[in-house]
Design a protein around this ligand. Structure first.
Ligand code: ADP
Ligand code: MG
Length: 256
């Protein structure tokens, strides 16, 4: 089944076309990666898909329903959850409380009510607490449950954010650069976590700059360069694709 169907999405900023007529599908049960050099348009496309930005052209269907022009909260309620490139945890809350916010976002009171600790029914709160505990175990970070977010190492923060997205009970999660700032051990743990998420039946779309992680974990890869889709296919194919190699080599020489 096609979980996400993106067709002809374009987004411009002034004279710059950040995303240029991009189409792709994500199938149920897949880990799909969106890669490309810095400035390729990954985050912009990601924001268009999750309703945080509106494309000038194109359509985004999630489970057969149009998402373009609808509020991000609608996507969450339909089962599409996301994380941000710069993690946005509530520093003065514990890891467990942060994940509870995600669980509460499913209920009518919503994400911000939960964040502000507005009164919610006790039953909902207990259910959210149980969900948060289960997801901290599932992401392998239960020992950090009572640590304030401000005191968490970078790799653990990233996993808390993923657990928080999972707490909204999504059928698909979109992760923006989950490996950014992680060391090799933390990245290896992240790979395991992504596989467990998929094995739990959650479809994954991951935006990632790091080719290593992507090659290891993805079922399929979509490559953007300067806003355009330049390749799409399984890791073995992408690794050998001359356009992809050129795009990444070009980036290295730009940096140097
Ligand atoms: N809000 C914005 N206003 C103007 N230009 C933007 C904005 N967001 C992104 N861009 C530009 O769009 C291009 C794609 O950016 P982005 O989607 O962040 O790329 P990536 O995530 O692949 O690094 C870049 O040239 C960037 O400078
Ligand atoms: Mg980005």
């Amino acid at each position: 089944m096609t979980m996400l169907k993106v067709r002809g999405v374009s987004r411009r900023f002034g004279g710059l076309t950040a995303v240029d007529d991009v189409s792709f599908d994500v199938h149920e049960g897949q880990i799909k990666a969106l890669i490309g050099p810095n400035g390729a348009g990954k985050s912009t496309l990601f924001n268009c898909v999750t309703g945080f930005d509106t494309p000038h052209e194109g359509s985004v269907e999630f489970k057969g329903q149009q998402l373009v022009g609808r509020r991000p909260q609608v996507a969450v309620q339909m089962g599409l959850a996301r994380t941000f490139q710069n993690t946005q945890l509530f520093d003065e809350m514990t890891a467990h409380e942060n994940v509870m916010v995600g669980a509460a976002a499913r209920h009518a009171a919503g994400f911000f009510a939960a964040a502000l600790r507005l009164p919610t029914a006790l039953a909902q709160e207990q259910e959210a607490a149980a969900t948060a505990s289960r997801l901290l175990r599932r992401t392998g970070i239960e020992e950090w449950a009572d640590t304030f977010a401000a005191d968490l190492p970078a790799g653990i923060r990233r996993l808390v954010e993923i657990a928080r997205a999972l707490a909204t009970d999504p059928s698909m999660v979109l992760l923006d650069e989950p490996a950014a700032g992680l060391n090799a051990t933390e990245t290896a743990e992240l790979v395991e976590t992504l596989r467990r998420i998929r094995d739990d039946g959650v479809t994954v779309l991951v935006v990632e700059h790091d080719m290593g992680l992507v090659m290891e974990v993805s079922d399929e890869i979509l490559v953007l360069d300067r806003g355009k889709k330049i390749a799409e296919g399984p890791p073995r194919m992408i690794q050998k694709d001359p356009l992809v190699i050129a795009a990444y080599l070009g980036e290295e020489s730009d940096d140097g």
